[in-house]
Design a binder for this molecule. Structure first.
Ligand SMILES: Cc1cc2nc3c(=O)[nH]c(=O)nc-3n(C[C@H](O)[C@H](O)[C@H](O)COP(=O)(O)OP(=O)(O)OC[C@H]3O[C@@H](n4cnc5c(N)ncnc54)[C@H](O)[C@@H]3O)c2cc1C
Length: 335
């Protein structure tokens, strides 16, 4: 039985799994976090304060409007009520998850064998005779382990992929290192006053540390109260404060964000910050995916193609189709 491992259960990993599932291969996904979605992320407030249970889409606020297979996927998700159109958002965020961004990917993950809280530490060639070609070292809450696979697709952001495959596929690592990814600090706040108007607000004053504010309670499909904001810091500001403490960032940016609102005396009743070290693909590699010489270790993700969700999907899908073709030409018969 051919065993294919996918590292990462973000959009590109789930797209790859969707296409490989059709081949009947034995698939397993290793995901370091507790949920699917990757940067299509939603945070639920867990503390016992006044914001308890509220959610913020603190990664991508929406997904882009695209043609082709991704467009068809989104149309299907919309018909089934998992995503909704977001009037007033730009083309790059024309759709958003119904009620929460990460909920959009639930249908793609259904029925897959996903091992959550399993972080891939390294991938090496397996020299044991009569066994699978690759070995993945994994870190999980119940201890470290290894998993063998005939083929692997790695879908972590470029610098993390480079580190993972450096010894097994140095050519992939070298190309992954040419991709640059921009960092973004995001701040999530619950406010003590009602705020009306547009949900998507670009800040045109380039001297402001804030580039974008999304009023969560005004997005389609969200509870209309209390007022909630996710603000994205400008890239230059993020870079200058990259290693700062998250509490310090929330304290610094909170009053600035309130000052940008067209309401007086607004105060946050909850504020938290999250650093996306690898938020957006700034200079993508330009190939749909990368492959080792033997064709059974591949890398996919938005950083291959471009900065949006559709790029992640297209890359994962392209890698899966190439992988399926490679395995069949090797005479490896799926289950
Ligand atoms: C702040 C922000 C704003 C954005 N705005 C938009 C937007 O408006 N429109 C748009 O279309 N896109 C937007 N994006 C980009 C979009 O989110 C990404 O292009 C897309 O989600 C990337 O998907 P991916 O699967 O390639 O990577 P990811 O979503 O990063 O998925 C990779 C997965 O791999 C896992 N992983 C990493 N390393 C390991 C490891 N060693 N072992 C196991 N698992 C691992 C991660 O936990 C993650 O789940 C935004 C992103 C951010 C952060």
């Amino acid at each position: 039985m051919t065993r294919i491992a996918i590292v990462g259960a973000g959009l590109s990993g789930l797209a790859a799994a969707r296409d490989l599932r059709a081949t009947g291969a034995d698939l397993v996904l290793f995901e370091k976090s507790r949920a699917v979605g990757g940067r299509l992320a939603t945070r639920r407030v867990r503390d016992d304060g006044p914001a308890h249970g509220l959610t913020f889409d603190h990664g991508a606020p929406g997904i882009d409007d695209a043609d082709g297979a991704f467009g068809r996927l989104v149309a299907g998700l919309a018909d089934a009520g998992h995503v909704v159109r977001w009037p007033g958002a730009p083309q790059s965020a024309r759709w958003t998850g119904q009620a929460a961004m990460n909920a959009a990917l639930g249908p793609l993950a259904k029925g897959l064998d996903i091992r959550f809280q399993h972080r891939a530490l390294s991938i090496v060639r397996n020299d044991e005779r009569n066994s699978a070609r690759w070995r993945v070292a994994l870190e999980a809450p119940d201890g470290d382990s290894t998993a063998d696979a005939d083929a692997i697709i790695v879908t972590a952001p470029a610098p993390q992929t480079a580190a993972l495959v450096r010894s097994a596929a140095p050519d992939i690592a070298r190309l992954a290192e040419t991709a640059t990814m921009a960092a973004t600090w995001t701040v999530m706040m619950v406010l003590d006053a009602a705020i009306e108007g547009d949900a998507f607000r670009l800040i045109e004053d380039h001297s402001s540390p804030i580039e974008l504010m999304i009023l969560e309670h005004l997005k389609p499909g969200r509870a209309a109260a209390p007022a909630r904001i996710v603000a994205h810091a400008r890239q230059q500001w993020t870079n200058a404060h990259l290693e700062a403490d998250k509490y310090e960032i929330a304290d610094k940016l909170g009053p600035i964000i309130c000052g940008l609102l067209d309401a007086r005396n607004v105060r946050p009743i909850h504020a938290a910050a999250h650093r996306w070290r690898y938020a957006r693909a700034e200079a993508p590699v330009g190939f749909p995916f990368l492959s080792s010489a033997c064709g059974t270790l591949m890398a996919a993700g938005d950083w291959l193609f471009g900065p949006n969700a559709s790029c992640a999907f297209d890359s994962g899908s392209a890698a899966a189709r190439a992988m399926a073709g490679r395995l069949l030409s090797d005479g490896v018969t799926p289950r």
